[in-house]
Design a protein around this ligand. Structure first.
Ligand code: GLN
Length: 285
């Protein structure tokens, strides 16, 4: 089958599931992933014949897309902050808003202008996208990362090796943790924060595929992780140490208030590229 005919078939098969722009973008991602063909190659060679072995692989991907499986799980990898990350159903797919949080941390570290090595703790490893991206950009730094999921940590360790950085991974439930290995200059977390009541807003492909353990919190205690992590940070951050959070867009005010109550200062709430309240920086004293 040639590319043009496959594209027609592909577009028709997904027409009831996704908007046309998304189908097009899936198609070009697939061509790149499995045939190493860029958009321009396809435009120039619409009659390029796809081999039968590749058609088999493409059809399998098509079936999974039709079942609303995220394309990153189909490929088994995603990109975050310009680095490759393996992903599977035990890890959340890294989000672009989290890249903005990493960017913020890196800018803050730059403006600290101190040459002593920093100690950073990250909570809720997932793929390891936050600690690994920080490690890539802060080579003179000791980075620890905690996750409750053994299966997520398996992937994160592979990702650290893939990106050739060293991160100290720890398997632990943060809600049950009372002591940390040392004092940290920076603590950062993107914990579960989507309330059960927000489930209706969550897209099918997320809801049916991504780990609920990494996403959801109860409606009654939506800030349970923030409360616990802020308490730990109070005792385990160095003087003027920084606490960074990715947050629920609807709970910006509540999260700021929680940090104020616990005595953090210079609290800054920032929006993401979609103009939603999405991240917070606070200082310990
Ligand atoms: N931003 C993610 C989402 O909307 C949620 C991440 C999280 O709960 N930490 O799917």
């Amino acid at each position: 089958m040639n590319i043009k005919d496959f594209k027609t078939l592909f577009t028709k098969a997904l027409a009831n599931t996704y908007p046309k722009t998304e189908i097009d973008s899936f198609f070009f991602l697939l061509m790149d992933e499995y045939l190493k063909l860029k958009r321009i190659d396809i435009t120039l060679n619409p009659d390029f014949k796809i081999g039968d072995d590749k058609i088999l692989i493409l059809n399998e991907a098509l079936t999974r897309l039709k079942a609303e499986e995220p394309i990153q799980y189909i490929f088994g990898h995603a990109e975050f902050y310009g680095y490759p990350f393996l992903v599977d159903q035990n890890t959340l797919i890294p989000r672009p808003e989290t890249e903005e949080l990493v960017e913020w941390i890196l800018n803050e570290v730059k403006s600290l202008e101190q040459d002593k090595p920093l100690n950073i703790l990250e909570i809720g490893t997932g793929t390891g996208c936050i600690p690994i991206s920080l490690a890539k950009n802060l080579p003179n730094t000791s980075i620890y990362s905690i996750d409750v999921s053994k299966d997520a940590l398996k992937i994160a360790k592979k990702n650290a090796a893939l990106n050739k950085v060293n991160v100290h991974f720890i398997e632990a439930d943060i809600l049950q943790t009372e002591t940390l290995p040392k004092k940290f200059d920076i603590i950062v977390s993107n914990p579960p924060y989507v309330r059960e009541l927000e489930k209706a807003e969550i897209q099918n492909n997320v809801l049916q595929n991504e780990p609920h353990l990494a996403l959801f919190v109860s409606d009654k205690k939506p800030l349970i992780f923030y409360d616990k992590i802020a308490d730990l940070a109070k005792w385990n951050l160095t003087k003027n140490g920084l606490l960074f959070f990715e947050i629920n867009q609807y709970l910006g005010k509540e999260t700021v208030e929680l940090l104020e109550e616990k005595g953090f200062t210079s609290i800054e709430l920032r929006k993401d590229f979609s103009k939603n309240d999405r991240m917070i920086k606070a200082t310990s004293n």
